[in-house]
Design a protein around this ligand. Sequence first.
Ligand code: ZN
Length: 138
Amino acid sequence: MTCYSGSFGFKTAGMDDIHDITEQVEKQVEASGIRNGVACVFVIGSTAAVTTVEYEPGLVKDIQEALERLYPKNIDYEHHRRWGDGNGHSHVRASMVGASLSVPVKDGNLVLGTWQQIVFLELDVRARNREVVVQVVG
Ligand code: ZN
């Protein structure tokens, strides 16, 4: 068994910035040389998340609106009271969506649907420099 660990970084524009990171993850899988196994995609930080979606403007907006309905920005959060950094909703959203994603790797390719992209969700209230770690085991 081999384990490869790599990462990539980028700058986000703050809350509701959703990036398609499928290509960057594919590059990491390619760099790993692993043909069959699993890729773990993990975001470092407690106010961002990764998931999959059909990456098109309608669904990007739908996700942003669903997160607002489920975890509204303008309600009271204990985190706000304690730290005053105004991002309680960011932390809660990040925990609910999740910080990592496992994608099977088969014959050197990520096993994804045609309309299924890997997306990074910036959930914090300000622009951030982010690092996504990809570990491939196989
Ligand atoms: Zn905070």
